[in-house]
Design a binder for this molecule. Structure first.
Ligand SMILES: NC(=O)c1ccc[n+]([C@@H]2O[C@H](COP(=O)([O-])OP(=O)(O)OC[C@H]3O[C@@H](n4cnc5c(N)ncnc54)[C@H](OP(=O)(O)O)[C@@H]3O)[C@@H](O)[C@H]2O)c1
Length: 319
């Protein structure tokens, strides 16, 4: 349980999720936060992580550090996605246990669940079928992390919890069209088309698949809730429990951005899985639900995008 001067280590504090957790904890008045960039502390380095934990002795750990990426990156770097994620989480989780960290949150994603699974996907569907092959490397590492947390709870009664968020969006998202997820990519495409005299926006597929989206500040809120409550289970889905067609998402973003041109759906391109939705019953029963409606969240994210356009371009040039 958190108290005012709990020493909280946020791993991955510059990332989309880690930075949202940091903002939330700062807003709630927590001042004893510690964090390191990857160049200050490479979490793949076991000895360096052990030394850091021994010296700093955090009370609480939020693990938002991971090697993340889209389908292309997973395809090109299967070894890195599997091995580096195992290294990062093994080092953090084991050092937390060794140094008697009271509470730990391990963040993963919905890709841990089988490719063909009843919708909405419940926590009980873990390991009931084959994974989506494209990101199996990442998913297997994350499943191992979930099982480490589970093992520590069972054997040592640790108050450690895994949270699996659905598709996220919000500040510090990736807006690079080569590697970004659908929602930030649409924000950018509609914005640039608007700048370009409301030129048509090409989008892939029919627009019929359904997806769920959660603002990253809501994940930070779920992390905060989990830090402040003793949780019954080892694993919780974090989402809205509501989905939207890609077509309706496009119309919503088009309206928010103020693009007045056409949308050209390229139906020769694949649609992907028809539906992916989290079953959020466990988290709801624990007492947590999301706050930010999609429309409000997209408006706020578009404002952030406009304010940070220079930075977004800079990041792309560097990467
Ligand atoms: N984004 C989503 O839509 C989404 C959805 C569901 C779940 N999640 C989960 O949330 C977690 C965080 O994702 P994110 O989107 O916030 O990722 P992100 O923006 O790419 O941030 C990842 C962070 O991990 C740190 N990191 C990576 N390798 C490291 C290393 N070797 N040593 C130290 N730090 C390292 C990076 O630190 P530096 O900046 O210092 O290099 C970075 O801040 C992941 O577990 C992911 O599965 C994300």
């Amino acid at each position: 349980m958190l108290n005012n001067d709990s020493k909280i280590y946020i791993a991955g504090h510059r990332g989309m999720v880690g930075s949202a957790v940091k903002r939330k904890l700062e807003r709630e008045g927590y001042e004893n936060l510690i964090y390191r960039t990857s160049s200050e502390l490479d979490l793949r380095n076991q000895q360096a992580v052990k030394d850091f934990f021994e010296k700093e002795r955090p009370d609480v750990v939020v693990d938002g550090a991971a090697r993340v990426g889209g389908i292309m990156a997973n395809k090109e770097y299967p070894w890195q996605f599997l091995y580096e994620n195992l290294e990062i989480q093994n080092n953090i989780i084991a050092a937390s246990h060794e140094q008697d960290v009271g509470k730990l949150i391990f963040l993963g994603s919905s890709c841990i669940y089988p490719k063909h699974v009843d919708q909405p996907m419940s926590e009980d569907s873990l390991l009931t079928g084959p994974l989506e092959p494209t990101n199996q490397w990442y998913a297997i590492a994350k499943i191992a992390g979930v099982k480490m947390v589970d093992a520590l709870r069972r054997q040592y009664d640790r108050d450690y919890v895994s949270l699996m968020p659905t598709n996220l969006y919000g500040p510090n998202d990736n807006f690079d069209l080569e590697t970004s997820h659908v929602l930030p990519a649409m924000i950018r495409k509609f914005h640039e088309a608007k700048q370009n005299g409301h030129s048509p926006v090409p989008l892939w597929g029919t627009g019929s698949p359904m997806r769920e989206f959660l603002h990253v500040d809501d994940v930070a809120d779920a992390v905060f809730f989990t830090l402040n409550n003793e949780m019954q289970y080892d694993l919780y889905n974090v989402g809205t429990g509501k989905d939207i067609t890609i077509k309706d998402l496009a119309l919503l973003i088009q309206d928010i951005v103020g693009h007045e041109g056409d949308i050209n759906w390229d139906t020769s391109k694949p649609d992907g899985t028809p539906r992916k939705l989290m079953d959020v019953t466990r988290m709801t029963q624990a007492g947590w639900t999301y706050n930010i409606e999609l429309k409000d969240g997209i408006k706020a994210t578009y404002e952030w995008f406009l304010k940070n356009l220079d930075r977004i371009k800079e990041v792309e040039i560097k990467s």
